[in-house]
Design a protein around this ligand. Structure first.
Ligand code: ADP
Ligand code: ASP
Ligand code: MG
Length: 418
């Protein structure tokens, strides 16, 4: 008997029929003798609907109240799923985040899980219940409801698995695993049987929304066995999806590049004509950090006549606020102007093979140049290269890079042929 945590995404929970299907899959695992903790998301579209409602009433909604509203989507899901499980004759009990006691910090709309009190859940499991825990939500030390950021149910799933020391965490979604690129953009993207933890972490941080980055971080920290699979296969399917691996040698079989990731959630801000002197980066980014806004890419140009331009990217949701903060401080910074662009996209190639192979980045730049795609910003790390391009070229860039690095080909098969 093993303890399995299963997380079901919004599409998987999208209708009464889908919820019945989820219940049938759970029933199969229970029949096989496993203990199950299930973490559902809100029904697809529900979180967007709730957030849009909030913004209709107040274009500048309080983050605390947004969380009160957005968290209700998952509360509906846990209740409905339990009813479907009861219909199948299974014992099942639902818990919201605060009922479990998933304690988070107080960063509303993007809170981090600090601790999980697991005694209720364990007692119910021991009593033969399927325990259904609401994804995406928690409670801070002051008793306020918090949410974990978009896609946060993944993190609830992995965090529950870590807290309970589960044998496996299964993330059920609307694709049957992690692909070499988003299969909705690249039709011949290939499913990966395994992906290394490091590559998955990069891909998630670069926008591959199949897993929320914090869920991957949790999996790494607590060595949770994590798998991505489809909830749309037959309930009896033994398809194993994609396993996130922690062993370096398993990756030896893999290509230099494992995937192309894209992200259209960022916006670029450029502070023009700032005096090039010590402390300037701090005077621009300090107030941004104080407002709890995360900065991603940063570029400072070479100065001419003592003046320089300074560009960085933030999440699109925080673009307006970041612009306002800088506009208010324009004189203090000594900037000649502040301009922004929220129609950008970031496209990245990821692969641990980049550590040992030179020239990968230049091949990437060459391929983009050939298509006439202008690169606005570049950032690199040991295992990734990212570029910012005009949003309208994003899909083209992803496809071109997928082709350039021949990701549609299975590297192990290629080796067999050689
Ligand atoms: P869920 O609602 O189940 O959490 P998400 O929409 O958050 O599902 O994540 C699944 C989606 O992630 C897929 O439908 C797919 O379009 C997208 N995606 C992006 N990059 C990848 C990738 N490399 N492999 C698989 N799916 C990806
Ligand atoms: N319902 C939340 C969202 O749409 C959390 C999730 O689905 O993971 O972002
Ligand atoms: Mg998701």
């Amino acid at each position: 008997m093993s303890l399995i945590v299963q997380k079901y995404g919004g599409t998987s929970m999208g209708s009464p029929e889908r919820i019945r299907e989820v219940a049938r899959r759970i029933q199969r695992f229970v029949r096989e003798g496993h203990q199950l903790v299930v973490v559902p998301s809100a029904m697809s579209g529900e979180t967007n609907r709730l957030l849009a409602l909030a913004k209709e009433l107040n274009p500048e909604p309080s983050a605390r109240e947004l969380d009160v509203i957005a968290s209700t989507g998952e509360q509906v899901s846990i209740g409905l799923l339990c009813l479907a499980l009861h219909n199948l004759g299974l014992k099942a009990k639902s818990y919201t985040g605060w009922q479990v006691r998933i304690t988070t910090d107080d960063a509303f709309t993007k809170a981090r899980i600090l601790s999980i009190e697991d005694s209720n859940v364990r007692a119910d499991l021991d009593a033969g219940h399927v325990v259904v825990v609401a994804g995406f939500q928690g409670i801070d030390a002051g008793g306020n409801i918090t949410t974990l950021g978009r896609g946060g149910s993944d993190t609830t799933g992995v965090a529950m698995a870590a807290a309970l020391d589960a044998d496996e965490c299964q993330i059920y979604t609307d694709v049957d695993g992690v692909y070499t690129a988003d299969p909705r953009i690249v039709p011949d993207a290939r499913r990966l049987a395994t992906i290394t933890f490091e590559e998955m972490l990069e891909a998630a941080s670069l926008g591959s929304k199949v897993l929320q980055i914090r869920s991957v971080e949790f999996a790494g920290k607590y060595k949770v066995k994590l798998r991505v699979l489809s909830s749309f296969t037959d309930v009896s399917s033994t398809d194993m999806g994609t396993l996130i691996t922690f062993e370096e040698d398993e990756s030896m079989e893999q290509a230099i590049i494992s995937n192309v990731a894209h992200n259209r959630d960022e916006a670029k801000i450029t502070v023009l004509g700032v005096p090039d002197r010590p402390g300037i980066a701090f005077s621009i980014l300090g107030p941004i950090a104080d407002a709890n806004i995360d900065v991603d890419m940063i570029i400072q140009n070479a100065s001419t006549e003592g003046l320089t331009d300074f560009s960085f990217t933030v999440h699109r949701n925080e673009y307006k606020r970041a612009m306002e903060i800088l506009q208010a401080r324009k004189a203090a910074i000594g900037a000649k102007g502040i301009v922004g662009d929220d129609r950008i996209a970031k496209v990245s190639i990821v692969g641990i093979g980049m550590r040992t192979h030179a020239g990968i980045a230049s091949r990437m730049f060459g391929a983009l140049a050939q298509e006439g795609i202008n690169i606005q910003m570049i950032s690199t790390s040991e295992i990734k290269t990212s570029v910012v391009v005009d949003e309208k070229y994003m899909e083209l860039a992803v496809r071109v890079l997928h082709k350039t690095f021949e990701l549609e080909k299975d590297p192990t098969e290629e080796r067999m042929k050689a």
